[in-house]
Design a protein. Sequence first.
Length: 119
Amino acid sequence: VQLQASGGGLVQAGGSLRLSCAASGRTFSSYAMGWFRQAPGKEREFVAAISWSGGSTYYADSVKGRFTISRDNAKNTVYLHMNSLKPEDTAVYYCAAGGTIATIGYDYWGQGTQVTVSS
């Protein structure tokens, strides 16, 4: 599966953004999907994940209550709704596809989309 992330940009602290990740291929609905991020000088970190059906989700503690992951299998797209953004959310955000909802072990990765939160 090929993944294409979009929706990043510059936003003020407290603002919102919605990231999208469009997938190619007919098997999108069989994959768990995840969002990760990498800030300058830091390692890539897990942000959120959703099961193939959308029935289960999991979040990093740092974004819980502010970010929401969702998916539309009819559109082969997964979303990351980001609210109450903080400067520390600034990073390149990546989407990934894997066999199970998890924080690691994803098989396919998209290119990143830059999110910059100004204070």
